[in-house]
Design a protein around this ligand. Structure first.
Ligand SMILES: [Ca+2]
Ligand SMILES: [Ca+2]
Length: 73
């Protein structure tokens, strides 16, 4: 496992505040805030769409790790 993957897994655990194994819209909103990006619902929605590879409305750890390692290698 690469360092980026380890960081991504730690971040996922940190952001999954209700520990249900997926990131919801509101949990992703917290990530966007932390990254210092504009926190409009549209921005969050764009990010969710990018992360949600199977388009089921939430982001699993695998989907998050894939997104994170691609954007923060
Ligand atoms: Ca969650
Ligand atoms: Ca998904």
């Amino acid at each position: 496992m690469s360092d980026a993957q380890k960081v991504a897994e730690q971040k996922f655990a940190e952001y999954d505040t209700n520990s249900n194994g997926t990131l919801s819209f509101s949990e992703i909103k917290c990530i966007v805030k932390e990254l210092g990006k504009p926190v409009t619902d549209e921005e969050v929605d764009n990010l969710l769409t990018q992360m949600d590879l199977n388009s089921n409305g939430n982001v699993t750890k695998a989907e998050f790790v894939a997104f994170w390692t691609k954007n923060f290698p």
